[in-house]
Design a protein. Structure first.
Length: 84
């Protein structure tokens, strides 16, 4: 299951689902949330985000990544650096 694959991390944060991801992300941005999509290109490091702002991190699938319309709904793109 997803919970097992997350090695327990899922138990530490709120997880939500929605029928219309783009609409949800746009409303979240209007409500003052930072919406950051994980991407390799044209992205910033997590340290460049406002750590005080409520933040939604959007992850795509492992093989295909995020859909184009979902990526466009993100206010910023963030790359997750590899561990050294």
């Amino acid at each position: 299951t997803v919970s097992k694959a997350s090695a327990g991390a899922m138990e530490l944060m709120q997880v939500h689902s929605t029928k219309n991801m783009v609409n949800f992300l746009e409303k979240a941005r209007e409500g003052g949330w930072t919406v950051a999509g994980a991407a390799l290109e044209k992205s910033v490091l997590p340290s460049e985000l406002d750590s005080e702002a409520p933040t939604i991190l959007v992850l795509g699938s492992e093989g295909r990544g995020m859909r184009t319309n979902v990526m466009r709904a993100c206010g910023t793109l963030v790359r997750i650096p590899r561990a050294a």
